[in-house]
Design a protein around this ligand. Structure first.
Ligand code: ZN
Length: 86
């Protein structure tokens, strides 16, 4: 008589500390991300999850670009607006 014991031990070797966010979360953080960029701050350090998402999501990367252009134009528009009166 032979007794065979099967032991199955499954260890997950994949431990990721990276936080993955979705497009919705990304959109919500995009405003702040763009502002930090324009302030010459380091949004990638402040929001690594967003940075990570932007790297793998063309859609959100495009959103950020559009947002940056919009903010830039708004800033330029404010500066260029003539002050009437005096
Ligand atoms: Zn996305």
């Amino acid at each position: 008589m032979t007794e065979v014991k099967w032991q199955m031990l499954l260890k997950s070797a994949f431990e990721t500390e990276e936080v993955e966010i979705g497009c919705e979360d990304c959109h919500e953080a995009l405003d702040m991300y763009a502002e930090l960029l324009l302030e010459k701050a380091d949004p990638a350090a402040a929001m690594p999850a967003v940075e990570q998402h932007l790297k793998q999501c063309q859609c959100c990367a495009g959103e950020l670009e559009a947002l940056l252009i919009m903010i830039n134009e708004a800033v330029l528009g404010n500066e260029a607006s003539p002050t009437v009166g005096g």
